[in-house]
Design a protein around this ligand. Structure first.
Ligand code: ADP
Ligand code: MG
Length: 247
């Protein structure tokens, strides 16, 4: 909780009310699993971070390291002025080791050409998450002026706007309510092993919804928060991307 407070205060000092993946630590502080990742602001550091991340997962830390690509990582631009990173070509998935340096330059160049005066905090180098065995969901919160913090769960990724398959609860969300939220979405069968897929670890999705609910209850300054995607797999749920607004 102290760690979370520190992250929010340092954002306030930077004079920004929009936070992206630089706020990943907020989720860590509340026990919401995130892929291994690091934010760097130099090409050489990106290469080093990628080596470390791939090495760490290759050695097997209990996760299914065999599923990772051949040393590939994901790289994302980190800027409070760019909240939809892939819209501007700011996300590179499956970057092989030999392309990490050039990709670093590309991402920064793209961000600069999109918005010359954008504040660029750096580039996040992130562990690859196995999307094939998982389902991209969204978990979020919007503070309604009348009702308070509304926690949202639904189908995530690129489908979120198209399918609008989401459901809401007022925070704090009990375990039973979190389970109901999963039941309520149309995509529930997808999470429960439709078409011969392995069912995802529903318990860790429930836990993530509850932890998110606790985070926004503890910090009223957070007015909006989205984890999209929250990748749900048979082995657990991982928050791959986050953005939030503080007031
Ligand atoms: P944004 O939403 O700002 O465009 P994201 O971080 O959500 O950026 O990345 C966009 C998409 O890229 C995700 O929805 C997911 O499909 C894919 N992606 C992002 N990070 C990873 C990762 N670590 N492993 C696998 N796929 C990823
Ligand atoms: Mg996203």
């Amino acid at each position: 909780r102290e760690a979370a407070r520190e992250i929010l205060e340092s954002a306030a000092r930077r004079d920004t009310n929009r936070l992206g993946v630089e706020a990943m630590g907020l989720l860590d502080a509340y026990g919401i699993p995130t892929p291994d990742g690091e934010i760097v602001d130099a090409r050489a550091d990106a290469v080093e971070a990628a080596e470390r991340i791939v090495g760490a997962s290759g050695e097997g830390d209990g996760d299914d390291a065999d599923d990772d690509g051949d040393g590939e990582v994901v790289m994302k631009i980190v800027s409070p002025d760019i909240l939809h990173k892939s819209d501007i070509g700011g996300v590179a998935v499956g970057v092989p080791p030999e392309e990490v340096g050039d990709t670093y330059e590309d991402l920064v160049t793209r961000a600069r050409s999109y918005q010359p005066d954008a504040t660029i905090l750096g580039v996040q180098v992130q562990e690859m998450v196995d999307l094939d065995s998982g389902v991209e969901t969204i978990a979020g919160m919007n503070r309604d002026p009348q009702f308070g913090p509304l926690v949202l769960f639904g189908l995530g990724g690129i489908f979120v706007e198209v399918l609008e398959d989401t459901t809401l609860r007022l925070a704090p969300v009990s375990e039973a309510s979190a389970r109901e939220m999963i039941d309520e979405i149309d995509a529930a069968p997808l999470l429960r092993g439709a078409r011969g897929r392995d069912p995802v670890d529903e318990g860790s999705v429930v836990e993530t919804i509850q932890r998110l609910s606790q985070l926004v209850t503890d910090f009223p300054a957070i007015v909006e928060l989205d984890i999209n995607p929250l990748v749900a797999t048979p082995d657990g749920a991982q928050a791959v991307d986050v953005r939030l607004t503080i007031d």
